[in-house]
Each structure stands twice: as C-alpha cells, then as structure tokens.
Design a protein around this ligand. Sequence first.
Ligand SMILES: Cc1cc2nc3c(=O)[nH]c(=O)nc-3n(C[C@H](O)[C@H](O)[C@H](O)COP(=O)(O)O)c2cc1C
Length: 244
Amino acid sequence: MAQSVALGHPSLPRYTNFHRKSMKFLIFLGTVRDSTPPNPPRLGLRVAKACVSQMHQGDISAVLIDPLDFDLGSIFKPHFSYARGKAPAQLQSLADKIAAADGYVMVSPEYNHSMSPALAHLLNHFGSSLFSYKPSAIVTYSAGQWGGVRAAVGMRSFLSELGCLPVSAMIHIPKAHEVLAEDGSFFASVDAERWTNYFARAFTQLTWWASAAQNQRNAIDPHKLVPAFKRDPSQRNSPSRNSK
Ligand SMILES: Cc1cc2nc3c(=O)[nH]c(=O)nc-3n(C[C@H](O)[C@H](O)[C@H](O)COP(=O)(O)O)c2cc1C
C-alpha cells in the first residue's frame, strides 16, 4: 500500500479574506461507477475529497454532493416540473442547497471525451435560476494521461448555460489514482506542495468571484432585473420577423 501525506501545509498560500466564513460552496461529484474494470472504481471520490479538504484548509465552507445519494428514478422529471411544494424531499433539499450556495465545484471524470453523464443528469434536474449569478470551478480527472481536459471543454458551455460561469483556472488530474489516496490525500510520491498551489489557484479565483457576486446580488437582485424564463426554451429566441 502506497504511503500518503496529509493535504496542504501551513506555509502554503491561503485563500484571501473574501468574507470566506459567510460563503458556502457545493462540491458536486460526477461518478456513480461503483464496479470494475477499469480500476479503481469511483476514482472521483478521491478527487472530490481532495477538493473538500483543500477548501476546508482555506477556511471555506464546502459540502460534498454525491449523486449516489439521490434516487432520480428512470423517468426524467426535473425539480422545476413539479408544482410548488410537490417535489420529492431529496430534490427539494438539493434545490434549496443550490439556491443558498455562493459557488460550485464541479468534479467530473472523462467518459468518451465528454463530461460525466451522471453529473449532467443530476444538474439537469434544476433550473438555471438556482445556479445563476454565481461562479463555478471545473475539476476533471482521468486514469489516463490527459486528466479529463476534453470533458472540461464541454463543461464550460454546460456551466455557462446554467449561469454559474466557470472561472478561468481549472484543475485537471491525470492518472488520479497515482496522485490521490482513497481519503483524498496526496501520495508521498507526488509533490503535494505543487498540487496544493495548483488547487489554490482555481479556488482563489472561485472565492474572489463568489465574493464579488455575493456583494452584487446583495446590492441588486439580478432575478428582478432579468426575470427567469419559465414557460419554454423558445423564450430565449431572438425576435422573428412576424413576432410583435
Ligand atoms: C465509459 C468510460 C469511458 C471512459 N472514457 C475515457 C476517456 O474518454 N478518457 C480518459 O482519459 N479516460 C476514460 N475512461 C477511464 C476513466 O478515466 C477512469 O475509469 C476513471 O477512473 C473514471 O472515473 P470514476 O472511477 O470516478 O468513474 C473511461 C472510463 C469509462 C468507464
């Protein structure tokens, strides 16, 4: 069994002081794959645990959202398709958490050069008004050498459409099973300080934007300025020649 070291180090840069105690982040895990091969299963759990640990070390509140905790059924019925107050308790509880969060970390494996279908499916259950006017950070990983960068490209469009704009710095972890132990700590064989600084760059951007967005949401309610489209997607269309 390879040795691992605890995450972070007291001498490493900390996240800056942007109201961090008053901000809340959700870390969405993008895997439900609990079988092998390929080995190991649920590699993403290590990555998500590393994200939680890094954020907690930066004194930031972060809660892990695991798609295995949600029974979404085989028929797709999003939260916004239920009458007010009628959504299943699990969906409602997550909707409330998404609405209350200041930003999101989206952790995805790369499956066939795309983002995790489990993550997309979970996120598709919620309207963009719950996510919008807040930032997100993209974290991808793979067992191979590219660290999920091809999945990350699609995630930028996906998250932008949800309204939680991704910050520019991303985290990609190639051969994640050789970087992170099961508890999310870095193996002794890797340079934990460099990895910690790599995570910190994305999470510092995330907290900076989250703080800026929180201030501005408190000053002006964006949902009053730009009402959410609730009827159908054509509400987004540009006016046609015949529409008055
Ligand atoms: C259906 C499927 C498709 C995959 N496609 C890719 C891929 O496109 N690129 C890649 O680097 N790894 C790919 N892999 C390997 C994954 O990086 C590896 O299995 C990883 O552990 C998946 O994360 P998970 O264990 O958290 O589900 C794929 C794995 C599966 C199961």
